[in-house]
Design a protein around this ligand. Structure first.
Ligand code: NCD
Ligand code: ZN
Length: 345
């Protein structure tokens, strides 16, 4: 196959940041994607519907004029989140989901949830009104090995929560393990998972072999090869419970290339080319549209995009910048370590 036309994709997990970084990166998403779920982990975080309205306006203003793009807003769940505010946000059509960051799990998550009991009133309301909860599925317990944090989260947090509130719709975001994939497959309903581009391509060797490579460091951290293969099988299966959430998370180079580098990989600009490559390798190009453009909208109860995009396979590799320049600083672009031949026309 040399050419593939699919519904315009959406990104169900994206970090756009704010200010100069937002200006510098939003076009790399809005060029390709019709919509994206926007992560609320700004400093300070997007906690109230009012915060989300203001942030949404800043995003819309930053989108290049020639692109059409709809940001889907989320609220950052805290132990003090007001259930009425969340319900108002849903009723006005502005809030698509609420995001649970276990406190300390990742970038700008210190204001997240320490004691899930304290968030139960909000979670109960969300279950009642059908508003999905997006979870960063890792425990933060210091005793738990970083490579086991997703599996332990499923057993000790997610499964008990889903037993307690079976009506709550939960998106397990950026699934990175076989355990996560199997857990989602085992659920009869109200559970789905997003998978990033980079977790389909790298395993933990990319971060650690031959030197420490900070531009492959993200959270949840990439796991061993067997997990990557499970993710590829899930993404390319056509199973409607799995869809794309790039987790494209730009940080300026000095914040990644230092003694304590930030987690986050910037993939917005070459995600569709990377995914076409992966799906072709898996003999599953016919499943790409489900993963990028159909399963996500179905899960979030939205229509799929009317427009289409066409991917074309070129003889010569398609070139992407290795770094982008923003007014906030330079951001390194994800290097899949193989040439990309699929181009979005
Ligand atoms: C994200 C970020 O930088 O905001 N980083 C990451 O490694 N994915 C936060 C997150 O989604 O965990
Ligand atoms: Zn993220």
């Amino acid at each position: 196959m040399r050419s593939l036309t699919i519904r315009r994709p959406d990104d169900w997990h994206l970090h756009l940041r704010d200010g100069a970084m937002l200006q510098g990166v939003v076009g790399d998403t809005s060029r390709y994607f019709g919509r994206a779920i926007i992560m609320p982990n700004l400093v300070p975080p997007v906690v109230t519907t009012q915060d989300a309205i203001a942030y949404r306006e800043r995003i819309v203003a930053a989108v290049p004029k020639e692109h059409s793009f709809q940001p889907l807003m989320t609220l950052y769940l805290t132990e003090h989140t007001n259930p009425d505010d969340v319900e108002d946000g849903k009723n006005t059509g502005l809030i698509t989901a609420v995001k649970l960051y276990p406190a300390g799990a990742t970038t700008n998550s210190h204001g997240g949830v320490r004691d899930l009991d304290k968030a139960m009133p909000v979670l109960e309301r969300m279950a009642k009104i059908g508003l999905p909860l997006c979870v960063h599925g890792e425990v933060t317990t210091p005793e738990v090995d970083i490579f086991d944090r997703e599996a332990v989260f499923i057993d000790t947090v997610l499964e008990p929560l889903r037993k307690r509130l079976p009506e709550l719709k939960v998106t397990m975001e950026h699934v990175t393990t076989t355990d996560g994939v199997e857990y989602i497959r085992s659920a009869a309903r109200n559970l789905a998972g997003s998978i990033t581009t980079h977790h389909l391509i790298i395993n933990r060797n990319a971060i650690l072999v031959g030197g420490i490579r900070p531009h492959y460091y993200c959270l949840p951290v990439a796991k061993r090869e067997s997990h990557r293969l499970s993710l590829r099988a899930a993404a390319t299966s056509g199973d409607t419970r799995f869809f794309l959430g790039t987790d494209s998370a730009p940080h300026i180079d000095p914040l990644k290339e230092c003694g304590c580098g930030c987690a986050g990989i910037y993939t917005s600009i070459n995600t569709m080319s990377c995914l076409a490559h992966v799906f072709e390798q898996e003999n599953a190009l016919d499943k790409l549209e489900a993963f990028t453009s159909l399963n996500g909208p179905a899960w979030y109860g939205l229509p799929c995009n009317e427009e289409t995009i066409t991917l074309v396979k070129r003889d010569e590799p398609v070139s992407f910048p290795s770094k982008i320049e923003t007014d906030a600083g330079i951001v390194t672009v994800f290097d899949p370590m193989f040439p990309l031949h699929w181009d979005v026309t």
